[in-house]
Design a protein around this ligand. Structure first.
Ligand SMILES: *Cc1c(COP(=O)(O)O)cnc(C)c1O
Length: 352
């Protein structure tokens, strides 16, 4: 069967209205990449896969939810959509809106959105506004506007976003032929962890596929679900999860508890080092996307997680190309040499 995007692939399993008019960029069906080098570091006889969601059409998992949210909005006759965004939602909303001829309006926290994401939103033709405030402030504003006007809200408060995003859980089970023991992923506004848990629960009821345990990972400076209260000024280098008041916080805590898993936090340094580790296996992800692996390493090191013999899926939510500045910051500039073969040869042979 040809790949047709997540709505066509899983339509009977999606709780969406009859009037939905599919708008797709053939998102989903992302690769589940075996990571043997990382498995070796984590434990004896364990198996690790990365679900590389950075390979969706706009470079993040947001496309899974956006295809459904925009399709529903188009079906009901909406003319414009709005979202608050740390970057990837904006790019995704803009792309799907462009495809269907809707106006996309996005609101971002000034100075806190990676260049590759903002550029995407602009390239797809969105109306981008920024505020001197956080993502959480931006979200309150767009919720208010969507209540006052016919503009459709496409943040993950929109239930159709979750319907689309749960398809990633279906894909993992379909591809492996079983479900992993653990699923590890970053948690920001907490729509994604909630979606995965919905998906795994539904497959469990439908097909008897066992449910995995879920390890949700926040950044230390932005960890409301770990601290148990909102964070007024969230800070982290992982801008996609720089969120102090997660809209789906309750649901995320439920997912962690029901799955017999947990939500933890890790430092920015741990996130950057997990990002390097993934890149060393050929998978370059944006910082937030490395949080799942960072959390796993953190738990193993603390003696709270025995990975021996386990089957583990790490969700890498977005592509490294979205946020190239992070690498520019943490890596030395390439060594400058003169444009002569002898110099190049000496440089190659000389230093390691
Ligand atoms: C949106 C996003 C997240 C966080 O997902 P939530 O559903 O908000 O928890 C993590 N990583 C990337 C790359 C994202 O774009």
């Amino acid at each position: 069967m040809a790949v047709q995007g997540v709505i066509d692939r899983y339509r009977p399993l999606l709780n969406i209205p009859e009037y939905t008019q599919t708008v797709t960029l053939l998102e989903g069906s992302t690769p589940l990449i075996p990571m043997p080098k990382i498995a070796e570091v984590l434990g004896k006889g364990c198996k690790v896969w990365v679900k590389f969601e950075g390979l969706n059409p706009t470079g993040s998992f947001k496309d899974r939810g956006m295809t459904v949210a925009i399709s529903e909005a188009v079906g009901r006759g909406a003319k414009a959509v709005i979202c608050a965004s740390t970057g990837n939602t904006a790019a995704s909303a803009a792309a799907y809106a462009a495809r269907s001829g809707l106006r996309a309006i996005v609101l971002i926290p000034k100075g806190k959105v990676a260049a590759g994401k903002l550029a995407g939103a602009v390239a797809y033709g969105a109306d981008v506004f920024q505020i001197n405030g956080s993502f959480d402030d931006a979200l309150s504003l767009v919720v208010e506007i969507s209540n006052r006007t016919p503009i459709a809200l496409v943040n993950s408060l929109n239930p159709f976003r979750l319907e689309g995003q749960k398809t990633a859980a279906f894909e993992i089970c379909d591809e492996l032929g079983f479900s992993p023991d653990w699923l590890c992923l970053p948690v920001g506004n907490a729509g994604n962890i909630s979606s995965y848990w919905m998906g795994f629960k539904e497959y469990n009821e439908l097909k008897g596929t066992p449910k995995p345990r879920i390890l949700g990972v926040q950044a230390e400076g932005s960890a409301p679900l770990v601290l148990g209260h909102p964070v007024e000024n969230p800070e982290t280098i992982a801008t996609a999860i720089r969120i102090g008041k997660p809209a789906r916080g309750e649901q995320a805590l439920e997912a962690a508890e029901e799955s017999n898993g947990r939500i933890i936090s890790v430092s920015d340094d741990a996130i950057l080092s997990a990002q390097c580790m993934l890149a060393a296996s050929g998978v370059w992800v944006e910082p937030a996307s490395a949080a799942g692996l960072a959390g796993l390493l953190h738990e193993i090191k603390a003696g709270k997680f025995n990975a021996d013999g386990k089957k583990i899926t790490i969700v890498c939510t977005g592509h490294g190309m979205k946020d190239p500045d992070i690498i520019a910051h943490s890596m030395p500039a390439p060594r400058l040499i003169t444009a002569r073969a002898e110099d190049l040869e000496a440089a190659i042979l000389g230093e390691k």
